[in-house]
Design a protein around this ligand. Structure first.
Ligand code: GRF
Length: 202
């Protein structure tokens, strides 16, 4: 299967996918990364793709007249690589109607909280501020809400008394990278269906 991965930051989730594919081989893993896209330049996520010899593209919101125009341009750039699955791995933008019309049902996001608790940009900070004793990550399909789509898998991390946002986020990310690699491989190898809110991997 063909994957396009979208990033906005350090790209350690992308790296975990790259490493898994390098270790097992694309055939055994079930998928290859055909392109990496970003909404900004100069990030480590893009550098990781370039080091792996994978084509990259950048579509910045500020280069377009409207959010819809950006959304269409992003959808077009992703489409050009003919992906079976699109993976949002720390991609910090909400996509619009056109993107979802083209990739709905095959657009996967990873979020550093146990949804439906703590959606949005500051999931880890919000969980800590709330006083949650368990935290974690959620891999889910993207729908037209913010972190509201059907859940594919979740991983749990205990909150420690001494945790600050960055310490907790780092421990969540260790679990998150393993979960994402596992989920994407299973979706790609086995196929899946989405029945309402329930995701069944075949
Ligand atoms: C992940 O925790 C992701 O869920 C969140 O931002 C982090 C991205 O990390 N939205 P990286 O860029 O993959 O290292």
């Amino acid at each position: 299967k063909r994957l396009v991965v979208l990033v906005s930051g350090s790209g350690t989730n992308l790296q975990a996918l790259l490493d898994a594919i390098a270790t097992h081989g694309a055939e055994a893993y079930g998928a290859e990364i055909v392109a990496v896209g970003a909404d900004r330049d100069g990030i480590e996520g893009l550098a990781r793709a370039e080091r792996a010899g994978i084509p990259t593209f950048v579509r910045r919101v500020k280069d377009y007249d409207s959010r819809d125009a950006w959304d269409e341009a992003l959808a077009e750039a992703v489409s050009a690589h003919e992906p079976d699955l699109v993976i949002s791995a720390g991609f910090m933008k909400i996509v619009g109607k056109e993107f979802l019309a083209r990739f709905g049902g095959r657009f996967v996001n990873t979020h550093p909280a146990l949804l439906p608790s703590f959606p949005g940009t500051h999931g880890v900070r919000d969980a800590l501020a709330y006083g949650a004793k368990v935290a974690g990550c959620t891999v889910h399909f993207v729908d037209d809400g913010v972190d509201t789509g059907p859940i594919i898998a979740q991983g749990v991390v205990e909150v420690r008394d001494e945790d600050d946002e960055s310490a907790l986020h780092e421990r969540i990310k260790e679990v998150e990278r393993r979960l994402l690699v596992d989920v994407v491989g299973r979706l790609a190898r086995n196929g899946y269906r989405i029945e309402g809110r329930k995701v069944v991997i075949q």
